[in-house]
Design a protein around this ligand. Structure first.
Ligand code: ZN
Length: 304
């Protein structure tokens, strides 16, 4: 059995409302609820007077207007992107046009590995292929604003270009979609990579921040314990896959049926890709065998 995580499936916030969630941090919810976004994407405003906006959200005129309303009388000096999914980064264009603020991000959307035939369509399904940051940031870079400093922490896995940001001196960390309080993160090849994802979880596990502000869902308190649960959950899922393969060769649809009990039918495709992500990782580690490169339609077995 996968390790159970105590998820917080409440978020007492209406779209467009400005919510002062922590000292020097406000959040605004996008009106884009759904099976992948929970109540919606959260944009964060950091600082007072001269502010950064983290994750301006989708191309949504009402949300951009809500953000501009929220910072009326203030200056937006930075637009910062955790990753290039369509619910996070496309709003940067309208916000930049309205404020003149430059954009910051790890880089344009890209796959975590080489694409196989037929995967191009899947790559751009959720990806924002338009966004190109004005300033590319690297792991360890510090983005300095007026009264705040954000340390960039490379956290690839959910996407190849995912970044988390620690608000220095506060114990707060903006975790994007890498760690979320309402659900596990989706790791779907070819955008996502499970090997990278696990390494990124371990990267956060040794840090000192205790409170995470995620891209979806409410604040995560006692974040180190939560990250440990996330890691244990993935190990549990791995064990379930290996256990099932121990009974004989099989394919991804059968693995999903055996492992994801009570799955929301709308998430079947995501579960299949997440299983593929685990199988890619297990194959690289020599724990699972398949013919050729791991693929969504492949057959999997324990190595001889
Ligand atoms: Zn998201």
């Amino acid at each position: 059995m996968a390790e159970e995580i105590l998820f917080n499936r409440t978020l007492d916030l209406a779209p467009g409302i400005v919510d002062a969630i922590a000292p020097g941090v406000r959040r605004v919810l996008v009106n884009n609820p759904g099976p992948f976004t929970f109540k919606g994407t959260l944009s964060y405003i950091v600082g007072r007077g001269k502010v950064a906006i983290i994750d301006p959200g989708p191309a949504d005129a009402a949300h951009t207007a809500a953000l501009l309303d929220a910072v009326r009388g203030e200056t937006v000096t930075h637009i910062i992107i955790t990753h290039t999914h369509r619910d996070h980064s496309p709003g940067a264009a309208a916000l930049k046009a309205a404020t003149g603020a430059p954009t910051f991000g790890e880089g344009p959307h890209r796959a975590a590995r080489e694409l196989f035939i037929g995967e191009t369509a899947r790559l751009d399904a959720g990806g924002d292929l338009e966004f190109v940051p004005d300033h590319r940031i690297l792991h360890g870079d510090v983005i300095e604003g007026d009264g705040w400093e954000l340390e960039a922490i490379a956290t690839p896995g959910h996407t190849a270009n995912h970044m988390a940001f620690a608000l220095k001196g506060t114990g707060l960390l903006f975790s994007g979609d890498h760690v979320m309080g309402w659900s596990t993160s989706i790791v779907a090849p070819p955008d996502g990579s499970m090997s990278d994802y696990m390494a990124s979880l371990h990267r956060l596990a040794v840090r000192s921040e205790t409170v995470y502000l995620p891209g979806h869902g409410d604040v995560i308190r006692d974040a180190p314990a939560f990250v440990a649960k996330y890691i244990a959950h993935r190990h549990g899922r791995e064990a379930s896959i290996l256990h099932r393969l121990g009974k004989g060769e099989t394919d991804i649809p059968n693995l999903v049926r055996a492992i994801y009990i009570g799955l929301d039918p709308r998430l079947t495709g995501a579960a299949a890709l997440s299983t593929l992500a685990h199988l890619e990782d297990l194959t690289v580690r020599g724990l699972v065998a398949t013919d050729g490169a791991p693929s969504i339609s492949g057959r999997y077995r324990l190595p001889p």
